[in-house]
Design a protein around this ligand. Structure first.
Ligand SMILES: C[S@@+](CC[C@H](N)C(=O)[O-])C[C@H]1O[C@@H](n2cnc3c(N)ncnc32)[C@H](O)[C@@H]1O
Length: 108
C-alpha cells in the first residue's frame, strides 16, 4: 500500500477514476471548501467506487465549523444509493457530538 499525505481539496497526485473507495472521518468540518473536497472525491473514485464517511455537522440552534450543513453538501454532490444516518443528541456534554452523521454511497 502507498501512503500519500495530501489535501482533500486538491488530490492532484491521484488519477481520475482510480480509487475503489474513499473513506473520511470528520474532515468536511475543517476543509476550506467542502464543495471542492467532494468534487475531488468524485473525481478520484472509480465508477461504482464506494464512499464511507462520518461527520459532525450543523446542529439546529447549535454552533470545529459546526455551522456547516455537510449532510446537504454530501447529498448534493451526486453519489448513488446514498445512505446518511443521523444522531441528534440534545444537551450532549460535548457540542461536537450533538449532530453526528455517517454513511455510504457509490459513485455513479
Ligand atoms: C476534526 S479533525 C478530525 C481528525 C481525524 N480525522 C479524526 O476523526 O479524529 C479535522 C482534520 O481535518 C484535517 N484537514 C483540514 N483541512 C484538510 C484538507 N484540506 N485536506 C485534508 N485534511 C484536512 C485537519 O488537519 C484535521 O486533522
Amino acid at each position: 500500500m502507498d501512503y500519500i499525505v495530501g489535501d482533500m481539496e486538491d488530490m492532484h497526485q491521484i488519477g481520475d477514476n482510480s480509487m475503489d473507495a474513499v473513506i473520511w472521518c470528520s474532515v468536511l468540518c475543517s476543509v476550506n471548501s467542502p464543495t471542492k473536497a467532494l468534487k475531488e472525491v468524485i473525481r478520484v473514485l472509480k465508477p461504482g467506487g464506494h464512499v464511507y464517511f462520518s461527520e459532525h455537522c450543523l446542529y439546529p440552534g447549535g454552533a470545529c465549523r459546526l455551522n456547516r450543513k455537510s449532510c446537504d453538501d454530501i447529498e448534493r454532490c451526486g453519489f448513488r444509493d446514498l445512505t446518511i444516518n443521523h444522531v441528534f443528541r440534545d444537551n450532549a456534554r460535548d457540542i461536537l457530538m450533538n449532530h453526528w452523521i455517517w454513511g455510504h454511497g457509490l459513485k455513479p
